[in-house]
Design a protein around this ligand. Structure first.
Ligand code: MEV
Length: 316
């Protein structure tokens, strides 16, 4: 057995987060500039060890708690691969995706582990298989995941996603840049999703109305992204409209809004939170010219962003 390495990208939700849990469409893109890595190194000891230095964890698979996310994805993947025993190996995971900030860190780590294990046993799993395995672990974390994170990360392609429906890949007809700004605030997805669910249960009509509006924005955004006759400023305006609705459903935060205002003030064509919100990251749309990206990045840092990432969504 040889040492194998695998990775998976982070993800950015461009439109439709939260409403996607309630079966409205959402658009997400992979962000290859930050990645999770998993390696499997064979050992002479007959044991399977899991090392996650970023999380300060080092433990044996056999001693992991029943709901341990890394042990869970290993268990599910071994079953899928038809392997009854874990390999005599050390699994090491690491990630440059900030944890708990809406960039899909958990799903990316799971996807990298699935890919590494499949490779270790000389098998190939399809993106659909990888996505389904990662989804099982996402469910342990937050009960009602839409499945968008595991889908975009497993396929590593822009997706137009509706919960429970076959994935629709998206064409990007003109490139654009995104500056991601981190509030530095960790907001667990299950908590933000759970709070919103309680609000929805108390006043379904009102929240269903908001979700309909967000879904309509996602549809318009798809047309704008797929059609190069539509000016890129339209995408920015739709991002701003989506943000307004995210504020109304209570998933934004003062720290996010400070960064969003700063990005718009520096000339971004649009800005909104991305992912679960409550903290985490925001995104700002910039044309594919370095000058605008630099001034938006600087404005975000001055407004208190703890980190920024410049990434691009490219034509296919
Ligand atoms: C989290 O990345 C996106 C949410 O819409 C939750 C989900 O889709 O499961 C907030």
């Amino acid at each position: 057995m040889k040492t194998v390495e695998a990775s998976a990208s982070g993800k950015i939700i461009l439109f439709g987060e939260h409403a996607v849990v309630y079966h409205r469409p959402a658009i997400a893109v992979p962000v290859a500039d930050v990645r999770a890595q998993a390696s499997l190194r064979p050992t002479v000891e007959d044991e399977f060890r899991i090392l996650a230095p970023d999380l300060d964890r080092d433990y044996l698979f056999t001693q992991a708690a029943a709901d341990d996310p890394l042990a869970s994805i290993v268990r599910l993947t071994l079953k899928k691969l038809g392997e009854s025993n874990p390999p005599a190996a050390t699994l090491m995971v690491s990630s440059t995706i900030p944890l708990g900030r809406g960039l899909g860190s958990g799903a990316a780590i799971s996807a990298a582990v699935v890919r590494a294990l499949a490779d270790f046993f000389g098998q190939v799993l399809s993106p659909a298989d990888i996505s389904a395995l990662v989804y099982e672990v996402e469910k342990i974390y937050h009960g009602t995941p839409s499945g968008i994170d595991n889908t975009v990360i497993a396929y590593e392609q822009p997706v137009f996603f509706i919960k429970g429906r076959p994935i629709q890949q998206m064409r990007v007809s003109q490139p654009f840049g995104l500056v991601v700004g981190d509030t530095g605030v960790v907001a667990p997805t299950h908590r933000v999703v759970g709070n919103l669910r309680r609000l929805w249960q108390a006043d379904r009509e009102r929240y269903e109305g908001y979700f309909d509006e967000i879904g309509a924005i996602a549809h318009q955004a798809r047309v704008a992204i797929e059609n190069d006759l539509v000016d890129i400023t339209v995408i920015g305006k739709l991002m701003n409209q989506n943000q307004e609705l995210l504020e109304r459903i209570g998933v934004s935060s003062p720290a996010l809004e400070r960064l969003i205002d700063a990005a718009r003030g520096a000339g971004a064509l649009g800005a909104k939170l991305s992912g679960a919100g409550g903290g985490g990251n925001m995104i700002a749309l910039v044309p594919s010219q370095p000058a605008m990206a630099a001034s938006v990045t600087q404005a975000l840092m001055e407004a208190g962003a703890t980190a920024t990432i410049l990434t691009g969504v490219r034509e296919d």
